[in-house]
Design a protein around this ligand. Structure first.
Ligand code: GLA
Length: 386
């Protein structure tokens, strides 16, 4: 039974009627462009075929009531008078992502309608595949459909990010919400995180994207992420620009001696990663999987050595992937310190590749891997009734 069937069936069982709406929003994997979004730079994620689904019906009341099949809990919140955000550091319950999205929509002046629904998803939680952005964008979509709100991708993604920053207390950039809102089947999305304009870029034919979960976790709430952000801001301030996006490699080469060693390495990662990301989009447009793979490898090296957000588990996973037949390139993906790597693999070898990498990784480390061969999916949408 699909997740969609499950939420629809459970809705009927709990509410005695058929849901009038079904919405979904996907998780994502970032192919390249890491730790560039909060530097106004370029990213190239794709939405994956794993998503959060909500079956719902609008109500006349001022409440939202949701049953989560994954947590087997029903919870609700009112749409008038949002209390203080739970804030960072607190253990955040799943309902807060919905409440925070409602809060961000309401603050932006949207008139919200109540609804009741059943929710479930298959984006692994905390693995770095943006289960929280999927939850925020599915919630935004539910409110948009229930209250006939205009759906502008960038506006809604910004509100999802606002929920995450201002309610949940995680200081993330815009990448995850943007790709969850705007993915297209078979394509990655080259996004300019300053203008929020993007271009859908087709994945090279004959290639599969394989997500390799190291089985290790380190939350985003972590101070290391905020520390990297501050270091990037310090570098930009020193170089006299509003964000590192405004510095080219040539400009950086001419002035890098002015920066202390740590700041120099942080800036070098961001500046080179922006350029790699644009080159990766060109390689994809040209169907050059070999070039794309090399850029992914270079991205990992830069994240490991200059930005220092990799980990032993991520390094092991990326290097095992690279030496396994079929692999064109592999790198850590997402914030880092744990979570997933991503590999570009010949599609006809993807199954065997996945089994081999998982077996070698399990034997070489003490961790339990999980492997997902992913296809690029559409962004948040309302699914029409069958
Ligand atoms: C997390 C954040 C994103 C981005 C990445 C690093 O996934 O949510 O906004 O900063 O880390 O590229």
């Amino acid at each position: 039974m699909t997740i969609r069937d499950q939420v629809e069936e459970q809705f009927r069982e709990r509410f005695g009627e058929t849901a009038t709406l079904v919405v979904r929003a996907p998780g994502r994997v970032n192919l390249i462009g890491e730790h560039t979004d909060y530097n106004d730079g370029f990213v190239m994620p794709m939405a994956i075929d794993r998503a959060v689904w909500i079956a719902l019906r609008p109500t006349r009341g001022r409440e939202v009531t949701v049953h989560s099949l994954d947590f087997d809990v029903t919870d609700s919140f009112g749409l008038d008078g949002f209390k203080t955000p739970p804030g960072s550091g607190a253990e955040i319950a799943w309902i807060e992502y919905l409440r925070g999205t409602a809060w961000a929509l309401a603050e932006a002046g949207h008139a919200l309608h109540g609804w009741e629904g059943v929710m479930a998803g298959d984006v692994p939680i905390g693995a770095g595949l943006s289960s929280s952005a999927a939850l925020e964008m599915a919630t935004a979509r539910a409110f948009a459909e229930a209250g006939e709100l205009p759906w502008d991708v960038a506006t809604m993604a910004r509100l999802g990010q606002r929920a995450e920053n201002g309610w949940v207390g995680v200081n993330c950039g815009i990448m995850d919400q943007m790709i969850s809102a705007s993915g297209r089947a078979g394509h990655a999305f080259l996004l300019d995180c300053r203008s929020l304009e993007g271009r859908h870029v087709p994945l090279p034919t004959g290639m599969a994207v394989v997500v390799l979960d190291t089985g290790t976790r380190r939350g985003l709430v972590d101070s290391a992420y905020n520390e990297r952000r501050s270091q990037c801001e310090a570098a930009a301030a020193h170089l006299g620009v509003s964000a590192l996006r405004d510095v080219s490699s040539q400009q950086f080469d001419a002035r890098e001696q002015e920066l202390d060693d740590l700041t120099r390495r942080r800036a070098r990662h961001v500046i080179s990663e922006n350029e790699r990301t644009e080159r990766a989009a060109q390689a994809m447009t040209a169907g050059d999987a070999g070039r794309l793979g090399k850029l992914m490898n270079a991205s990992h090296q830069s994240l490991r050595d200059d930005f220092e957000v990799s980990s032993d588990a991520l390094d092991a996973m990326a290097s095992i992937a690279r030496r396994t037949p079929g692999c064109m390139g592999a790198r850590m993906t997402g914030a880092g310190f744990g979570g997933c790597a991503v590999a570009l693999v010949h599609a006809d070898q993807a199954r065997v590749f996945s089994e081999e990498v998982a077996a070698i990784y399990a034997a070489e480390t003490d961790n339990e891997p999980a492997v997902y061969v992913c296809t690029a999916a559409a962004g948040a949408d309302r699914v029409d009734r069958e």
